[in-house]
Design a protein around this ligand. Structure first.
Ligand code: TMP
Length: 208
């Protein structure tokens, strides 16, 4: 049996980690083997690339170089972890995937269509079965993220960058309503969990 590929997206401070744990419980309680992973990263090579990408000292990083490093991490991740797990019938839950590159590098950095073209090569065309976009407005997200820890190189970008990638997520959610489910991140964590579980129940019913 083929497994499932689920991704979570959104700006910082949206509460992705809590909802990833909830999704993990949803599937383990139903007897599935779950692989929880993240991008950039998820493999030894990817984790090294993550360090380069998020290092605050790498101020001179060129936008195209940045986009290609995210894509390199993703190519390794798909080949080494994601595709094999799906083929073994596991449920893969990934914290960010191609939509992040389209939002942050495509819309945020203004690289446009090049990002989806490169990523189609990096992923071999692999797309999530379902994506939860935790929708938080950039100002609130920034405030919440501040309380969690030190900002990384991308979080340190000016607010207009945050608004641009936010617009990117909105546009993608409109473009792919079947795959991308918007979850209002101004709800409580339990309300968000209920909304996500309702989508997952439907997805599992469809899969049988
Ligand atoms: P994280 O803190 O959610 O793990 O994500 C790391 C940062 O990298 C976050 O600021 C979003 C950014 N990012 C991109 O710009 N492009 C990408 O393709 C991915 C996966 C993340």
């Amino acid at each position: 049996m083929k497994g499932l590929f689920i991704t979570l997206e959104g700006g910082d401070g949206a509460g992705k980690s809590t909802q990833i744990r909830n999704i993990e419980s949803f599937f383990t309680e139903r007897g599935f083997v779950v692989v929880h992973t993240r991008e950039p990263g998820g493999t030894p090579i990817g984790e090294k690339l993550r360090e380069i990408l998020l290092d605050k000292n790498n101020k001179e990083m060129d936008p195209v170089a940045e986009m290609l490093i995210y894509a390199a991490s993703r190519a390794q991740h798909v080949a080494e972890v994601i595709r094999p797990a799906i083929e073994e019938g596991k449920v893969v839950i990934c914290d960010r995937f191609t939509d992040s590159s389209i939002a942050y590098q495509g819309y945020g950095r203004g690289l446009g269509d090049m990002v989806s073209e490169v990523n189609a090569r990096a992923t071999g065309g692999l797309e999530p079965d379902i994506t939860f976009w935790l929708d938080i407005d950039p100002e609130t997200g920034k405030e919440r993220a501040k309380q969690v820890g030190e900002p990384d190189r991308l979080e340190l970008e000016k607010m207009d960058f945050h608004y641009r990638f936010y617009e990117g997520y909105k546009a993608m959610a409109m473009e792919h309503p079947g795959r991308i489910k918007r979850i209002d991140a101004s709800m409580t964590p339990d309300e968000m969990k209920d909304a996500i579980y309702a989508h997952l129940e439907r997805l599992c019913a469809k899969d049988q």
